[in-house]
Design a protein around this ligand. Structure first.
Ligand code: PFF
Length: 456
């Protein structure tokens, strides 16, 4: 889907360009929709008390996520290089400093760290495809499903094996070039995932506990809201939209000049948020129907959805399809996580795409063992935020992404001159003004406020 034909752009990307507006939207949506929506959102919402967290998350998506995403795309398209080189180039071009390259550098690092644990959880979903096909959940009770999960994650060799398989898959696609196959995969995956979430929603509605699930998600109890949970909501907004680390910037580098950045961002944000909300609506009724606890942590999806499938007609089929789709969703996100590092190595060290991908993949695979062992051998080794997995997750989602996002909006809103941004966003009156107010004031002040209060 990346074409090398000239399309009249002022500056060209080394890696080619998206063939159409739709190709770009699909790629960014593929990167955004992933484990963050279906695995992470429900359990983080559960741990942070539900309603008030969800509300703060939605506010963060609209007031901070949107302007950061638009800023990343416009910076990416203007620079047309990997995030490190783009920030360096624009830093100079806009009369500031080449030190802005460190924002890109932090993004490269964040992508590597996130994928080190993301791949482990994606490995769980691969294992759950096998469990689904073999009918492990047919008619199973909450106890059986829970034991199945516990015995799986406590076997570090199995977890390491599935992590290895997933990293192999990720390296395979990224090495071949982002263009081939990815567009088709996303074109099919996102709608299919939506349909299956609706099937699950239907089941949740019939469970008799739908009202309780909805109340948990949408009745805000602000007494439960701490700065810590506000930071978790902000971090989740960044994580789920794939922003703050240059992934969207890297994708923006391949975007044709005439595509509307505002329209593309709105489409991605809407698709991503709808899938997360649907996941919550499907999962929380099951939590209450089966006497489980919403704050149980990373195993939540794996302990709830198989229960629904186990009781559904055609459950083996639906469950298999669901975990296949979730693996696909994780796969297209993994590509986004690797892209900044790979594009940087290709451009900076003049390596081939295949060499860069294999190198980055090996590093991530190795780092991933910290998270593989966090659920078994090293489960009791806790420091700062908890296990190694907890720490890598906290550092990336709650610190690095918001900090990256803060610097990106400051760059787009304050360092870049008005004409440069107006040129990219199309100076279409109201929308441009709204973006500028959000990028210059609302987003930076919001992020700073949360970071300062939560990390103190
Ligand atoms: N947005 C992805 C998810 O919700 O699963 C995770 C992610 C992908 C974060 C790509 C960052 C990124 F660059």
């Amino acid at each position: 889907m990346l074409s090398n034909q000239a399309d009249g752009d002022k500056r060209r990307s080394l890696h080619g360009h998206w063939s159409s507006r739709m190709a770009f939207i699909l790629a960014v949506t593929g990167s955004a929709v992933g484990l963050g929506n279906i695995w992470k959102f429900p359990y983080i919402a559960g741990q942070n008390g539900g309603g008030a967290f969800v509300l703060v998350y939605l506010v963060c998506v609209v007031l901070i996520g949107m302007p950061v995403m638009m800023s990343e795309i416009l910076i990416g398209r203007r620079g047309r290089r990997n995030p490190v080189a783009t920030m360096k180039l624009l830093g100079q071009e806009e009369g500031s400093s080449e030190r802005w390259k460190w924002v890109g550098g932090m993004g490269v690092l964040a992508g590597i760290l996130i994928l080190s644990y993301y791949s482990v959880i994606a490995g769980w979903t691969l294992a759950y495809i096998v469990k689904s096909v073999t009918g492990a959940f047919a008619g199973a009770s909450a106890g059986v499903v829970g034991d199945e999960f516990d015995s799986f994650v406590s076997d570090w060799r199995l977890v390491a094996l599935t992590h290895t398989i997933f990293m192999g898959l990720a390296v395979f696609v990224v090495a071949r070039g982002v263009e081939r196959g990815l567009e088709q995969a996303v074109r099919f995956m996102v709608p299919a995932l939506l349909v299956l979430m609706l099937v699950l929603l239907g089941y949740a509605i019939s469970s008799g506990y739908f009202g309780q699930g909805v109340a948990f998600m949408f009745t805000p109890d602000f007494s439960k809201l701490t700065w810590g949970s506000v930071l978790a909501a902000l971090g989740q907004a960044f994580f789920t939209l794939s922003i703050g680390m240059g992934a969207v910037m890297a994708y923006g580098a391949y975007l044709p000049e005439e595509t509307s950045i505002t329209g593309a961002s709105a489409a991605v944000v809407t698709a991503d948020t709808s899938i997360a909300i649907l996941a919550g609506l499907a999962i929380f009724p099951l939590v209450f129907a089966n006497g489980l606890t919403p704050g149980d942590g990373p195993g939540l999806v794996f302990n709830t959805l198989p229960l629904a499938f186990g009781q559904m007609a055609g459950g083996v089929f639906f469950s298999t399809v669901f975990f296949v789709l979730l693996s696909f969703a994780a796969w297209t996100s993994a590509i986004g996580l690797m892209e900044p590092a790979v594009a940087w190595i290709v451009e900076h060290f003049h390596k081939t795409r295949a060499q860069a991908t294999v190198g980055v993949g090996l590093l991530i695979w190795l780092l991933g063992f910290g998270s593989v062992l966090s659920f078994n051998v090293l489960a009791d080794t806790k420091f700062l935020a908890g296990t190694i997995f907890d720490n890598v997750d906290y550092l990336t989602s709650n610190i690095m992404l918001p900090l990256g996002g803060l610097l990106i909006v400051i760059f787009a809103g304050w360092v870049m001159c008005r004409n440069s941004t107006a040129d990219e966003l199309g100076n279409s009156g109201g929308l441009f003004k709204a973006w500028r107010i959000l990028a210059r004031y609302v987003a930076p002040i919001g992020i700073l406020l949360v970071l300062i209060n939560a990390v103190r």
